[in-house]
Write a protein that binds this ligand. Structure first.
Ligand code: T4K
Length: 454
């Protein structure tokens, strides 16, 4: 995109060097490696998105988007009708199409996966304690805190990295009302065993299926298990509507209740049935979803080919393990996690930073473990010796890049790097770890500073 006359140069440390610029007119926001450079605040379009000085870095994901010209007619319709949100025609149509595509009875679109999770817990009137996994994105546990619920962490099964059903029973107390498992990376939980425990103890089950769009287990959608499941349609997900989410439920009555809850609790113009929230998906996002659905199968096929290629490589790289989905799984290939074991010559972080040095930006999903975070670590279930498998996974995982546009030749290069890294420059990697620690210390200082400030 065209820039202003100012010649901007960003040093690697993030400082701005500008020839004839007015520095005040420049705003640089560094979001975890993303550099957003605003060169002229007078033009909203004149925004340059860059990624530092690095050339063609590869990120853990890159959103799949349909051709822009195909989206224009949808936008024209919105512009003509002036129906922007509050349950418009695209919203209704996408709900219907997704039910069909996913093979589920009812689905309520939401603003995002987080709101879907908050609302699902409200819809089932969950109270007290909820059993959940610490090996997930922070949002899973945060949704409990936002509902004034107490998370009780249970360790994961080392084979699936999902909540271990064998350990749920011993974590149940008189205050337990629900189980909140996660189909982590899209790998189905042991849904039958979880249901068995839930039935015995009369617990509700809400699946955080943020990663599991399109995943099938034993021939049916994994979203059909439990009382409710939530989906995320965030930019980083297999199926994206920029931001978006959904709650999958079994019957119309529940769909109606969720409909009220995501619209401030309104049942009609004058009746407010609950302290609801604004959790509605806009027409823009819903229209995009309709178009995205036309491409989902092609995108899943590309992901499958990438997953296959990675697996072929990792058969030959010692010290790295990969996950094998349970028998009967039809995967969506949303993530490709690898686990760096003791017999690989580098530590996980050494490999992670070596990859970064080569512009390969994997992610350590999900490190640090939620149970180690300040708002959870005082819980007795958060103790490290209660969660050995979760700790091991968090300390050894790297999610490798996987997205439809990723070239197989890039997959080959990534694997070659991982194979070669084992035998090369450990010192470079160590240096990076020191800088990561320094960065963390800086973040801590800043946080402390801003806390004091407030
Ligand atoms: N439950 C679970 C288990 C979840 O994993 C999530 C979300 C939720 C619930 C909540 O659903 P939402 O409320 O988000 O719908 C990302 C996502 O923001 C988050 O949605 C996701 N899980 C989580 C696992 O990953 P970050 O902080 O890693 O995102 P970010 O911005 O660093 O993006 C990762 C990479 O993706 C970037 O390096 C480049 C690429 N990217 C990202 C964005 C946003 C793009 O190319 N374009 C983009 O617009 O959290």
């Amino acid at each position: 995109m065209a820039t202003q006359s100012e010649t901007l140069k960003l040093s690697l440390s993030g400082r701005v060097k500008s020839k004839s610029s007015t520095p005040q007119a420049l705003q640089i926001i560094d979001l975890k490696g993303f550099l957003f450079i605003y060169t002229n605040p007078e033009s909203d379009l004149n925004v340059e998105y860059g990624e530092g000085m690095k050339k063609e870095p590869i990120f853990v994901t890159k959103p799949a988007l349909p051709p822009l010209d195909e989206f224009i007619p949808y936008l024209e319709q919105i512009w003509d009708s002036k129906v922007l949100t509050n349950g418009g025609p695209f919203h209704a149509h996408l709900e219907q199409k997704l039910c069909h595509y996913l093979g589920v009875n009812q689905l309520a679109l939401c603003t995002n996966g987080s709101i879907a999770l908050l609302t699902a817990l409200q819809a089932l009137r969950i109270s007290g304690e909820v059993i959940t996994t610490p090996f997930t994105f922070v949002c899973t546990a945060h949704s409990l805190i936002w509902n004034n619920l107490t998370p009780v962490f249970v360790d994961i099964d080392p084979n699936t990295l999902n909540l271990d059903p064998k350990q749920i029973e011993s974590a149940i107390s008189p205050r337990t009302t629900a189980i909140l498992p996660v189909h982590c990376y899209g790998t189905p939980c042991d849904v039958e065993q979880i249901q068995r425990v839930a039935d015995i103890y009369g617990l509700k089950t809400i699946y955080d299926a943020a990663h599991a769009f399109g995943v099938k287990y034993q021939g049916k959608s994994v979203l059909n298990y439990g009382d409710l499941s939530i989906l995320s349609m965030h930019a980083t997900k297999v199926f994206n509507t920029f931001e978006g989410g959904a709650i999958v439920c079994h019957d119309e009555k529940m769909k109606e209740r969720i409909g009220y809850l995501k619209n401030f609790g309104f049942a009609d113009e004058v009746t407010v049935t609950a302290a609801g929230i604004n959790g509605k998906m806009s027409e823009f996002n819903a229209a995009l979803g309709l178009l995205q659905l036309q491409y989902i199968d092609a995108n899943l096929a590309k992901r499958k080919a990438i997953d296959k290629r990675y697996r072929e490589h990792f058969k030959h790289i010692q010290g790295i393990t990969v996950l094998t989905p349970p028998k009967g799984t039809q995967s969506n290939y949303s993530y490709f996690p690898i686990f760096v074991n003791e017999d690989y010559p580098l530590t996980r972080d050494q490999l992670y930073f070596t990859m970064k040095d080569h512009q390969i930006n994997g992610r350590r999903y999900f490190y640090p473990l939620i149970s180690e975070m300040p708002m959870y670590r005082q819980l007795s279930s958060a103790k490290a010796d209660n969660l050995p498998h979760a700790h091991r996974a968090a300390n050894t995982v790297i999610c490798l890049p996987i997205y439809p546009d990723l070239k197989l030749s890039d997959v080959d290069k990534i694997c070659e790097l991982i194979s070669n890294a084992a035998t090369s420059k450990k010192s470079t990697a160590r240096k990076k770890i020191v800088s990561d620690t320094a960065h963390k210390t800086q973040v801590k200082k800043t946080l402390n500073g801003s806390l004091r400030h407030h």
